[in-house]
Design a protein around this ligand. Sequence first.
Ligand code: TYM
Length: 365
Amino acid sequence: MMIRSVRTYSSSISNAAVFPSGSTVFSLIQPTGKIHLGNYLGALSNWRDISNDERNSESRFIFGTADLHALTSVTDPAKLKNSRREAIASLIAAGIDPERSIIYHQSSIAEHSQLSWILTCLTSMGALNRMTQWKSKAKVEETDSIFGDEILGKTKAGVLCYPVLQAADILLYKSTHVPVGDDQAQHLELCRNIASIFNSTYKSNFFPMPKSLFTANKKIMSLRSSEKKMSKSDVDQNGCLYITESPDQIAKKLRKATTDSIQGRLYFDPEERPGVSNLINIVSGLTRKSVEDTVKDLEYMRSHKQLKDLVTDLIVEEFKDQRLVYEELMKDVSYIDQIADRGAEKAKKIASVNMRAVEKLIGLD
Ligand code: TYM
């Protein structure tokens, strides 16, 4: 099936990051459910913008599903299979061009797991214990430690070692830039530490230090409780807005979004006005204007309803065409599988060369 209606945004992009020629830009998304507005504004929209920008034609772009990471939370095979396809369909619908970028499933390249083990042997338990994300996954406090008996018992090793696999993903392709949302900053820092440990242990400069690349709107909060990031695991699903939702569902979720009781002019202050500031941040992400310019544009507004209506309209407009492409793609999953298979072939070529070089460096050749 040929999808001809995929929008490409290259002509309208002026503020996308520009990379030195020969850069490798890499990022994955977990296929654990549908993609939400936080994934889109924190990561996917950036993946599209940078990879379609003609000034980046000398760089390599690799995107895909972190389906091995998803095993830390998904144990239903049919659900995983479907979510993997949904994620690829969402990437293509968002305008990521499979001709320009490699799009694939992480699990189709065995070298991810192979490198992950090698890096696990170099990573201290203390470093993993300091990560905060496994604590939210294991539903324990940020101040808790893996070394408590109760926590040791209830935390799967995969949840704790998750960031090492993430480091392996990035380093396997000798990636130079990693576009992610704010919540991945700590994992990226660990990745750079692991890369340095590898380089110094094996007396080489094999792995480049990958740079984190954030969008200006790097953290989108829940629509219902603005102290939490927007997340598909939110118990209150009204807080999480999926990019494939219908205009009615979008309007309904926005109507229920938490704001505040301050009357009059709308202004950006995440401390005092977290709900309103989150909505302003969303407008800024969708219009690609700075928060400062967005606030100026909204000066005429006097009610929360006006702001919610604007956010609804912008979201409906942004995802109108994307939803149609997504639905069309999901009717023919063989096309999606074909894209992933082609992506895997290309990824394999890079991964196998780099893996052979790693084996040689560590004495496994
Ligand atoms: P995941 O699947 O949780 O999220 C995918 C991307 O969406 C970003 N994101 C957000 N950005 C802004 N606001 C939010 N509320 C929000 N929620 C999610 C994430 O930062 C991410 O960029 N560990 C990764 C997947 C991964 C990966 C990698 C990423 C595996 N290997 C290698 C980069 C490189 C994750 O769980 O993403």
